[in-house]
Design a protein around this ligand. Structure first.
Ligand SMILES: *Cc1c(COP(=O)(O)O)cnc(C)c1O
Length: 478
């Protein structure tokens, strides 16, 4: 009697203080478990496993926001149960998305009257925005070709080889050929002259990037606009431009208001930006803005009856959360132009601190530009002994997540490391990172060189080293 009550008591205390009862055996990974477990145990188990994820704040690989103010976190949690698509039930949320579209369209200098509604839509990110923009270009081009009795089965888009993977996705999913302008050593963005040369009668648009993911550089959209205008005049085509401003859309208006990259250029018909990058909202929000109603073919728009009024929608998904839209509106009115400018200036200054620190080591070439996205991309001057992948792997031991990757064609022989500077990356962290990079280099210098490892050292050591390097090579960048 006594024994059994003691046993059940200890069982009880184990299960209420820790989920031990449920973690003695490994959890099922393929089939849903037969029985329920207490909520505390489920929480504990999942929370513990998640500890092994990297720390988002030290994830310098990503452009995506990892910190917001507690007041905004509160708004997000309060709206986590709202389905955005229920516009009739949540008219205020719909109104907030429309206000965001208007504000962002003005920021991009859309030709709008003071209280004229802009044409645009909130999306899950720039990828969805790019799918929609691409579809609009494809449909417009097809309609025009059909009307002229011309074939319209071989559409293409001209981009630089530095495009983000979502353009390749668009091309494959929607059957459009991607014609890529090759890069070269020392020039890692699309050359506007070469891009215009590649334009033909089947080109639905030229996509320029404001803030290449590889090195943060802004492509010269104005030059592209001018060259393409000349070509259009000569050929009679009217090939338009899309600007992929995933990062740059929330940087250029604040840091470089004079730079003409947006709707000030007549051929720019649509622009996407990631609200969750320098729009300063957590992952799950992007924007696509069109210049005019005419640039978004009517047949792609679905009309939802919204409180008796007409709410046009153009998205790939139906249901989605409302929180990110509300959070974007919070940032726009909370920070205002002044707040965004201060944050972007601060990021830029921290990028310069990091760049100076890296230059001082004497070991790196800087491949990013000072007037692009606040990031530092750099490669080793000498990577014959140890390469950038080894540096990246070493830095993980200090907790830093810094990707290494090779450039696309024709610059595949160049490998770079990239540190994205976000709002929450402080000056102190920048200084600390330089110290840790120095430490990593120092330790790597003391290690046998990779070729020696592969050739002379024992087989297990060589295999371990190869695995280390391969692992770091396969880490994607975002
Ligand atoms: C991040 C990025 C994308 C993809 O954007 P998501 O918002 O992550 O879908 C597209 N293009 C560029 C240039 C980017 O930097």
């Amino acid at each position: 009697m006594v024994l059994s009550s003691a046993a059940s008591k200890s069982d009880e205390s184990i299960h209420s203080t820790f989920a031990s009862r449920y973690v003695r055996t490994s959890l099922p990974r393929f089939r849903m478990p037969e029985n329920s477990i207490p909520k505390e145990a489920a929480y504990q188990i999942i929370n513990d496993e998640l500890m092994l994820d990297g720390n988002p704040r030290l994830n310098l690989a990503s452009f995506v926001t990892t910190w917001m103010e507690p007041e905004c976190d509160k708004l997000i949690m309060a709206s986590i149960n709202k389905n955005y698509v229920d516009m009739d039930e949540y008219p205020v949320t719909t109104e907030l998305q429309n206000r965001c579209v208007n504000m962002i369209a003005h920021l991009f200098n859309a030709p709008l009257g003071e209280s004229e509604a802009a044409v645009g839509v909130g999306t899950v990110g720039s990828s969805e925005a790019i799918m929609l923009a691409g579809l609009a270009f494809k449909r417009k081009w097809q309609n025009k070709r059909k009307a002229q009795g011309l074939p319209c089965d071989k559409p293409n888009i001209v981009t630089g080889a530095n495009v983000q993977v979502c353009w390749e996705k668009f091309a494959r999913y929607f059957e459009v050929e991607l014609k890529e302008v090759k890069l070269s050593e020392g020039y890692y963005v699309m050359d506007p002259a070469k891009a215009v040369e590649m334009v033909d009668e089947n080109t639905i648009c030229v996509a320029a990037i404001l803030g290449s993911t590889l090195n943060g550089e802004f492509e010269d959209v104005k030059l592209l606009n001018d060259r393409l205008t000349e070509k259009n005049a000569k050929t009679g085509w009217d090939t338009p431009i899309h600007v992929d401003a995933a990062s740059g859309g929330f940087i250029a208006p604040f840091l470089y208001p004079e730079l003409e990259w947006d709707f000030r250029l007549p051929l720019v018909k649509s622009i996407n930006a990631s609200g969750h990058k320098y729009g300063l909202v957590y992952a799950g929000i992007g924007w696509c803005i069109w210049r005019n109603k005419e640039d978004l073919p009517e047949e792609l728009i679905f009309h939802i009856n919204y409180l008796g009024a007409d709410q046009p929608t153009f998205t790939l998904n139906f249901s989605k959360g409302s929180s990110q839209i509300i959070a974007q509106y919070y940032q726009l009115i909370r920070l205002g132009f002044e707040g965004y400018r201060n944050i972007m200036e601060n990021c830029q200054e921290n990028a310069m601190v990091l760049k100076a620190g890296l230059e001082q080591t004497g070991r790196f070439n800087i491949v990013s530009k000072d007037d692009g996205v606040p990031l530092v991309a750099f490669s080793l001057k000498d990577n014959s002994r140890h390469d950038e992948f080894a540096v990246s792997e070493f830095l993980r031991r200090f907790g830093w997540i810094i990707p290494a990757y090779t450039m696309p064609a024709d610059a595949q022989h160049i490998t770079v490391l990239r540190v994205v500077i976000r709002e929450d990356f402080s000056r102190t962290l920048a200084e600390r990172l330089v110290l840790d990079i120095e430490k990593a280099l120092h330790e790597l210098d003391a290690m046998p060189c990779k070729k020696d490892m592969e050739n002379k050292i024992t087989k297990p050591a060589a295999i371990a080293w190869k695995k280390l390097v391969e692992n770091s090579k396969n880490k994607g960048i975002c």
